[in-house]
Design a protein around this ligand. Structure first.
Ligand SMILES: NC(=O)c1ccc[n+]([C@@H]2O[C@H](COP(=O)([O-])OP(=O)(O)OC[C@H]3O[C@@H](n4cnc5c(N)ncnc54)[C@H](OP(=O)(O)O)[C@@H]3O)[C@@H](O)[C@H]2O)c1
Length: 337
């Protein structure tokens, strides 16, 4: 054992639905010694992602749940502070699945990418130049294939993924329409992320009428991050040949029992529309293609992003709940104290 002490956020019970702070505890433990091929990462920033709800729950999912008693699985960026691996040098910055903890030991298998020490903040590797941006890039361009002049509508449009989708849609020459909750996020969509129109689903008296007004020629592409009532409304406005990326299900209260909604087969059939489930992990081999292009757009000012940084690991236990209450403005991160 080294004499370094780790601070860790432990999943201490199995939640159903969104895990609140009571499902986590904070402990300290010694940092293990490194074996050959391993290196030690000191985390600088921890990510908070909607997907973490699924990793804590036991509902059917694309990856197994975090075992109760383990460090909560999470993306993070950190610096390599000790290394027994010739491919990873002390001082390098890396992004990967390092967990909600101060120190993580890696053998390279959980590294998402190395971060160049350049003009861009390393925190971007958890947001617009990380999984969020990559999700927006492939989920929109590969799945929806938007064409210039088409209308793209996006739910959670002010969030980390959604804000990037809207801006990529604009770069493609599309009309971008956002759907988000509350006046502050509507202002962000219009003034910072360049949406042509934005609909406040929390305060709209008639969301159908608002979608109709914003999308008079119908919706060609729908980037769906919520499902639920927002999607039910969007499906009423599909244009001929519409493409839908099913990226997230933020509105579902729980995943064990999925509520029954409208049957949309007729809307899909009449409009010859295509609805595709999307998982960014399937694009693992192509991540850097997206990151390189997104970095060009960030540097040129064509894509802007927001970060909402919580100061200190004490904020971690309540952070997933905060995300699902929509209290984040931008990519939600925790600065490791
Ligand atoms: N499939 C994939 O590979 C993949 C990868 C990454 C992310 N995602 C999905 O992308 C979506 C956005 O993720 P993000 O990291 O960018 O998070 P985010 O948008 O920054 O934050 C989550 C947002 O979800 C919205 N929300 C929460 N509860 C809601 C509800 N009941 N109804 C409608 N909206 C609700 C809130 O925004 P409002 O204020 O607008 O309601 C909240 O700010 C999530 O659904 C996530 O699961 C999917």
């Amino acid at each position: 054992m080294s004499n370094m002490e780790n601070r860790r956020i432990i999943l201490n019970a199995r939640p159903v639905g969104v895990p609140g702070a009571e499902f986590f505890s904070i402990d300290t433990a010694p940092v293990d010694d490194l074996s050959a091929g391993q290196f030690l990462i000191k985390n600088m920033y921890l990510s908070v992602d909607p997907a973490m709800r699924g990793w804590a729950n036991d509902a059917p999912n694309y990856s197994p749940p975090v075992p109760v008693g383990d460090v909560m699985r999470a993306f993070a960026v950190g610096e390599i502070v000790a290394s027994e691996n010739l491919d990873y040098a002390v001082g390098e910055l890396v992004a990967g699945v390092f967990g909600w903890q101060r120190f993580a030991i890696s053998d390279g298998s959980n590294i998402m990418r190395r971060i160049a020490c350049d003009d861009l903040s390393p925190t971007l590797a958890l947001g617009v130049l990380g999984l969020n941006g990559i999700t927006a890039y492939f989920g929109l361009l590969d799945v929806c294939n938007p064409q210039s002049g088409e209308t793209v509508i996006v739910s959670t449009s002010a969030g980390a993924v959604g804000s990037c989708v809207g801006q990529i849609a604009k770069i493609q020459g599309c009309k971008a329409v956002g759907i988000t909750g509350g006046p502050e996020k509507i202002a962000l969509c219009l003034n910072e992320f360049g949406y042509d129109a934005a609909i406040d689903y929390k305060n709209a008296s008639d969301i159908n009428a608002e979608i109709s007004a914003a999308c008079p020629d119908g919706v060609n592409c729908y980037f769906d991050n919520t499902c639920g009532p927002i999607s039910d409304a969007v499906f009423e406005h599909l244009a001929l040949g519409a493409r839908i990326t099913v990226c997230g299900t933020a509105s579902l209260q729980e995943w064990e029992t999925i509520p029954q909604g409208p049957r949309i087969h007729r809307q899909l059939m009449v409009n010859r529309a295509r609805m595709t489930g999307f998982l960014v992990l399937d694009y693992n081999a192509r991540y850097m293609e997206a990151v390189d292009q997104l970095a060009i757009w960030v540097r040129s000012g064509q894509i802007s992003s927001r970060e909402h940084i919580l100061d200190g690991m004490d904020h971690a236990p309540g952070a997933i709940e905060m995300l699902y209450r929509g209290e984040n403005t931008g990519k939600l991160l925790i600065k490791v104290d």
